[in-house]
Each structure stands twice: as C-alpha cells, then as structure tokens.
Design a protein around this ligand. Sequence first.
Ligand code: URA
Length: 295
Amino acid sequence: MAERISETLQKKLSDRMSFYEDLGIQLFYRDRQVAALPETEQQLEPAVTIRFSSPNMQKEETLPKPAGKPALRVTLPAMTPVSPKIASLPVAAGPSLFEAVDKIANDTLPKVREDLGECTRCKLHSTRHKIVFGDGNPKAQLVFVGEGPGADEDAQGLPFVGRAGKLLTQMIEAMGLQRKDVYICNVVKCRPPENRQPEEDEVSTCSPFLFRQIDVIAPKVIVCLGAVAAKTLLQTNRGISQFRGEWLEFRGRKLLATYHPAYLLRNPPAKSEVWKDLQKVMAVLGLEVKKGKSN
Ligand code: URA
C-alpha cells in the first residue's frame, strides 16, 4: 500500500512545482518506474533522502522518517544550475529544466503518442481494447474534445466513430468542413467500462496528454463536447449550461463548450442550440455561415 510522504517533503515538492508553474511548465506525469518497483523497495527504506545541488555545493539530506511509518526514499540527483534562483533549488532526476523547456517547444503528436505508450497509468487500461489517441489534421484550426471512447471507438482505436460520432461528422460537414480538416480527441484515451463517466483520477492521469496535444496542434478554436471536456479544460465545477456557447479560454486559446452529440441523440431539440454555437465558431474561423442547418 502506498505511504503518504512527509509534510516537509510535500512542502518542498509543492514549492518546486510552483516554481515550474511560474516558468510556464505544467506537464508532470506519474512516475511509472516508482509505481513499478516492488512494494518492499518502495517502503523499506529507512528515511527520506533528498539531494541538493548548487554551483559550489552538493549535499544529501536525510529527513526523519514519519513516526511509525515506513518512509519513501526520494533521490534527486544533481545537475549544473545556471542561475542563482535555480542554484538554490533541489533538482530532479531526468531531463534538466532546459531540456524540459526544449521538449515542450519541440513537441509533436508522434512524441506525445510515444510517451503515452501502451499506457497502464490508470485502471481504465485493464478493460480497454484499443487506446483512442485522437484523429485528424495535426495542424487543425479547430479541435473537438469529447469525453472518452465508447464501444465502437474502443474497438477501432478512433474517436467518435459510433452513433454520436456520425452526428459529430454531420455537424462538422454542416460547418463546411470535413473530418480530416479538424482534430478530434477525448479527455480520456481508454473506454470507461459500461460507458460511465471517467473518474477524477482517470481524468487527472490522462489529461496532461490531451493538454500536450492541444499545445502541439495550436488550434484557433477548441470546442468542448459536453461537461467532462469543458470541466477538464476550464478546471471548473460549474454546470455546462451556465457557460455553454460563451467564448472562454484555455491557455490563451479560444474555447467554446457545447452539448455532447450523445446528448443531442437523446434530446434532438437541443441541436438548434448547438448549431448556434457552431455558427459562432464558424464566424471566428472565417467560414461562411449558412442558414437552416439546425437539424
Ligand atoms: N463519446 C466521446 O466522448 N468520445 C468518443 O470518442 C465517442 C463518444
């Protein structure tokens, strides 16, 4: 069973994350290697070990183990810091800060797919058949984000290919576009069993890959299909009806949330609302807005 890390270490890690955030770096993944260690290796170390480095000094610090608890060992190897601010901070294993920045600047969809790998980071992997990464134009001006694959998507490895997908295709074509012009992806890349909503831990584990996809594609407009996509990108718990059809932002890009096509299949009168939303998108993309396409 996983142990909680000490408050001191939590504070240090939290400060460090804030520093990265100040620099605009927000992509952190769970460490699969630690998770893969045998439980004994994770838990039987006597104390928490942190290694700091600065240009003139390198030291290793051992924090007391929490009373009555087996402690985690955390070793942060040294690198050569280049500014006083960085020099005073503990530094991490893996790529340096500058390699990380470079990685973000040179990111591509194939690299994101490669990093995702045959993902086992959350429990959805155990029931999925195929990972549904995303599909479409890697330079699309318009990205649609859904919730997660259903049965058809899970079988084919492609997003929105079932009944809801056919409706989405019609919506895209009504806008004067084709599927190959846009990019379509989901918040989670594996099908939740029984088509249930993805759970919080599944969303938080998978969404960094979605954020990377969006950053790489750099679309002019993101359309969130349904509440799960909207809540994930906007980091809000407000109900979608409170902001549906409004122009909002995700990392400086225009974002509009509308109803999910599956909801429209159950509630066809809502199609006219969605069509109004899509017309707003068309106006921003410079597409000719046609009349009478609400059904
Ligand atoms: N619903 C979604 O949210 N995504 C899909 O890919 C298919 C159905």
